[in-house]
Design a protein around this ligand. Structure first.
Ligand code: LFR
Length: 497
């Protein structure tokens, strides 16, 4: 039996999982145990800038590793988190400030400057990223414009930053590096050309390493506090979505997925990027995955709309707004009454989502969702429309055949959403596991130290053993209603005119 720690940080919570690769009936299996969970969230600082409390997060990670170590020795530690955000390291080797969070609006004034330095079509041909206002390229441009890069030695993406604090070694893990829009898809390394054009010194970003590479071992001070030995910190798919996709219990290549958490990442797994103008126009991204794969997907705003609605209702002391109650009452609201474009930029910053949804409903002359049940139904139906559209367009643009839709992450427990996704896409949905990110994280570590072997398909087969997955069959009677729903939000696609 070999054990690993997976550190998995999301926008609203983080956790440390201890995973064992155990032998059951002569075959390897993963056995996961959550040993620490803590809250996370971006909070405005004194100047109104949204920041992560990285120092507190690091403290939680260290305590979580200590808890993992108390249960027995560890053969590796892997870290994944949300993408695009980074911390700056000064000349003294210390963190300059708490990292700015991607929902902060600081990039708004610099986006057009970046696009004058490199036009969006060229940028897509090089980096292949969906345009999102928070992509690191814009954040670094904003940082530079504000003089924030002066005297700075390194910029490290969040998981790389934590690895650095644990080991003293600075690297850029590949899958997360791809989300910056500064990586060249052809060379899979930093584009010095792009960096030069936005005026960011090339040495700011450390060398790129592949998932599976050992970053370093725990520093002496960390060993002291955690009680751990010289445990290697191993690069995993450090972008949480890369680990989530690696952890999908797929049995072939012909699948689509929704990694369903705060965001819904909807797409397919490819071996080559799609860098066409049609793909750029459709706003698809080519994030890199483990083992040379490409995560060809669209960022859909996700359960963030519901999480922020719940926060709004909690603050107003509205009763019955826990997720179980909301899903129960939402199931009784007629389907598709009000539909919004979940990717509308108004929904990106934190705030009162029920009010923003009401504004969208009014503007498009639809019934205004008034109760938490109606708002929840509107969000789930609108997400379903976005899934239908993204799955269809991903397969069309990549010509990748799909016969099943995997839904992983916390949202895989949402039966209403999973059934609607099956009905709307016409694909059977396999829901679960909700901890696919931790699973993907551990699979890569386990192979790196020789506790598992084989290609991604073989690793997925190990992870799938013993999992309780739920299957949702599409109801053909519902399909047309979802097609019409998509037309209501996005207009009639050319092939249906
Ligand atoms: C999901 C995720 C998405 C990324 C967004 C912002 O947790 O990593 O893949 O686009 O967060 O970083």
């Amino acid at each position: 039996m070999t054990a690993f720690a997976a550190v998995d940080l999301g926008a609203s919570s983080g956790r440390v999982i201890r995973a064992e690769v155990a032998e059951v009936d002569g075959e390897p299996r993963l056995v996961l145990e959550e040993v620490a969970r803590f809250a996370n969230g971006a909070v405005p600082d004194g100047a109104g800038t949204l920041r992560w409390d990285l120092t507190a997060l690091f403290g939680e990670v260290v305590q979580g590793l200590r808890a993992a170590g108390r249960r027995g020795p560890l053969a590796g530690i892997g870290i994944d988190s949300w993408a695009v955000d980074y911390g700056l390291i000064g000349a003294d080797g210390a963190l300059v400030a708490e990292p700015v969070a991607y929902r902060d609006e600081r990039t708004a004034p610099v986006i057009s400057d970046v696009h004058s330095a490199v036009d969006p079509e060229e940028l897509y041909r090089i980096a292949g990223m969906q345009h999102l206002p928070f992509n690191t390229i814009y954040q670094l441009a904003a940082e530079r414009a504000a003089g924030g890069l002066e005297g700075v030695q390194r910029a490290l993406l969040i998981p790389d930053l934590l690895a650095y604090l644990l080991t003293g070694v600075a690297v850029s893990e590949l899958t997360n590096a791809s989300t910056t829009a500064l990586l060249d898809q052809r060379t899979r390394t930093w584009s010095t050309d792009l960096l030069g054009r936005i005026g960011v010194p090339a040495g700011l970003l450390p060398d790129v390493v592949e998932p599976g590479q050992v970053i370093g071992t725990l520093s002496e001070s960390v060993r002291e506090v955690t009680g751990l030995g010289e445990v290697p910190v191993i690069a995993v798919g450090s972008h949480d979505t890369a680990s989530a996709v690696a952890g999908i219990p797929a049995t072939g290549a012909d699948f689509a997925y929704v990694s369903c958490g705060t965001w819904s990442l909807v797409g397919v797994e490819l071996t080559e990027p799609v860098l066409t103008e049609a793909s750029r126009a459709a706003n698809f991204t080519n994030e890199l995955g483990v083992d040379g794969t490409v995560r060809y997907l669209r960022n859909v705003m996700g359960l963030w709309l519901l999480q922020e609605s719940q926060r709004t209702w909690r603050e107003a002391a509205e009763p019955g707004t826990d997720i179980t109650t909301l899903l129960e009452v939402a199931a009784r609201v007629p389907a598709r009454r009000t539909l919004v474009d979940v990717d509308h930029p108004d929904f990106l910053p934190p705030g009162d989502m029920p009010t923003r949804i009401a504004a969208q409903a009014r503007a498009s002359i639809q019934p205004v969702p008034a109760t938490p049940a109606e708002v929840t139904r509107c969000i789930l139906d609108s997400l379903t429309v976005a899934y239908r559209r993204a799955v269809r367009e991903a397969t069309e643009l990549s010509r990748h055949p799909v016969r099943v839709l995997h839904i992983v992450g916390g949202g895989s427990r949402n039966a209403l959403l999973c059934q609607a996704a099956a009905d709307a896409t016409g694909l059977p949905v396999i829901a679960g596991p909700d901890e696919s990110t931790a699973i993907g994280n551990v699979l890569v570590q386990a192979r790196a130290v020789g506790a598992l072997s084989g290609d991604l398909a073989a690793l997925r087969a190990v992870a799938a053993r013993g999992l309780a997955l739920t299957r949702y069959e599409p109801d053909p009677a519902e399909r047309e209603a979802w097609a019409v729903a998509e037309e209501r939000v996005h207009g009639v696609p050319a092939d249906r005119v």
